[in-house]
Design a protein around this ligand. Structure first.
Ligand SMILES: Cc1ncc(COP(=O)(O)O)c(C=O)c1O
Length: 448
């Protein structure tokens, strides 16, 4: 059946086991999206919603971009698939050159993966392979951070730090992973941008080095701004200090920019926004405007060279890759995205909207049920006050907002707002108005 002829509610909801979803709640009261165009979505009830989180932070250029559809369609008609191992096609090289023009420092070597999780797992493997190539095979440890989200395969779950994602799987996670504390302090109340306090939390890495041997640590991975946990912005000086400690101990610093990258934080990458250059960077989501999966690991030239130099000529230098590493359809979408970034001057557009968005989102501070707001670039986290048990306020508010026509991602009790880069002021106003109405309705429902 073609997608146009599909009924908006399928006959059975039973068989699809939905990811990160309260399946029973959803199936009792489904929320299906039937159409998407620009900043708007349509629900199966025929209602229009504004997309206030760019899907899962992945469609910042708006839904239904003709340029991307055309590029993908043309690619499928010309070359639908090319093996990525020991052969290739031109587009992936062209894209790598374009990505490397934007990446900070000498992070010029681009390895393609399938998604954010596989980008993180690839970065973990590259870190180990790099140290081995340099004759340093004792580094086996990784350092992540509490409240981090890096994805859901074993590697990404291991370095992640969101407790619900970790506890069921503790027995199969990577050994040797240690976590720093997260950077959210009680005094960080209603702050837009970087908090003044908390840089010293980076010393957790130094402490781990002292206790476990810095010489045993392969890499430290952080999201420059922790996204999925609710927009935790690094304190001033924090990332700089992490960089310094990594340098002192020969530890690689990985920035997971799966959410932060491609403009979300104001600059093209958070690395540039905060003036700290990592050794590797992971990307996904906005790379293709979310329409087809793709992940990227950007590495320093020196790391690539070390692997090339340590392998015999003709040998495979890195025993790693995926069937869908940089396949034509993903590359076509990503190239179209690069063109849109340029022709629509997207990065400057975002910069121009940051102040308005940040000011607008903090106007929700007066609502009784709002406990805190944080923000950076075109992203913000709104913490809801606890309602009998963790997660209830967030989920109830999400549903109340969904009903009044504003869609976003809620994690636990935090509403994460990340408007599309194509938003105009009137769209930001609409998001804020609808959030106010939805949150107010949630509050009223609690009193009844
Ligand atoms: C920072 C970060 N890293 C990695 C991932 C995992 O990406 P994916 O869901 O594409 O595997 C996410 C997903 O939200 C993320 O926010």
């Amino acid at each position: 059946m073609s997608s146009e002829n599909r009924p908006s509610v399928p006959n059975s909801l039973n068989e699809h086991w939905m990811p990160f979803t309260s399946n029973r709640d959803f199936k009792a009261n489904p929320r299906l999206i039937t159409e998407a165009k620009g900043v708007y979505l349509k629900t199966h009830h025929g209602k229009t919603q504004i997309d206030a989180s760019s899907g899962l932070f992945c469609n910042p250029l708006g839904h239904g971009r003709e340029e991307i559809t055309e590029a993908v369609t043309k690619q499928l008609k010309t070359l639908d698939y090319a093996q990525p191992f020991q052969q290739g096609f031109g587009g992936s090289f062209e894209l790598a050159t374009k990505i490397a023009k934007h990446t900070p420092g000498d992070l010029n070597k681009i390895f393609y993966t399938i998604c954010g999780s596989t980008a993180v797992e690839t970065a973990i493997k590259i870190a180990i392979a790099y140290h081995r190539a340099k004759g340093d095979s004792k580094r086996f440890r990784f350092v992540g951070r509490e409240r981090a989200y890096h994805g859901m395969n074993i590697g990404a779950t291991s370095v992640g730090g969101m407790i619900n994602n970790v506890k069921t799987f503790a027995s199969v996670l990577m050994p040797g992973v240690l976590h720093m504390r997260h950077t959210h302090l009680p005094e960080h109340k209603f702050i837009s941008g970087q908090p003044d306090t908390g840089a010293e939390l980076a010393n957790d890495l130094e402490r781990i080095c002292q206790n476990f041997g810095g010489e045993n640590i392969a890499a430290c991975i952080v999201e420059p701004v922790a996204g999925s946990t609710g927009c935790l912005v690094p304190p001033k000086g924090y990332l700089e200090r992490l960089r310094e400690i990594c340098d002192n101990h020969g530890i690689l610093l990985i920035f997971d920019e799966v959410i932060c990258g491609w403009g979300r934080m104001g600059s093209v990458f958070a690395s540039q926004e905060f003036g700290v250059v990592p050794d590797m960077m992971t990307l996904a989501k906005a790379t293709t405007n979310g329409v087809v999966p793709m992940g990227v690991v950007a590495c320093k030239d020196e790391m690539y060279d070390a692997l090339m130099d340590s392998s015999p000529q003709g040998a495979i230098e890195l025993f790693h890759g995926y069937t869908y590493s940089g396949i034509p359809v993903s590359v076509a979408a990503a190239l179209a995205v690069q063109e849109i970034f340029e022709k629509d001057d997207i990065f400057n557009k975002v910069k121009g909207m940051v102040e308005y968005f940040q000011k607008s989102i903090f106007s929700l501070k007066d609502l009784d049920s709002v406990a805190n707001i944080r923000g950076q670039g075109l992203m913000a986290g709104i913490d809801m006050k606890l309602n009998t048990k963790p997660g209830k306020a967030g989920f109830e508010t999400f549903k109340a907002c969904y009903d009044v026509g504003v869609n976003f991602k809620a994690t636990g009790d935090c509403l994460i707002i990340a408007p599309q880069f194509i938003c105009e002021k009137k769209h930001i106003d609409e998001i804020i108005d609808k959030l106010r109405t939805g949150i107010t309705n949630y509050q009223k429902n609690q009193k009844n």
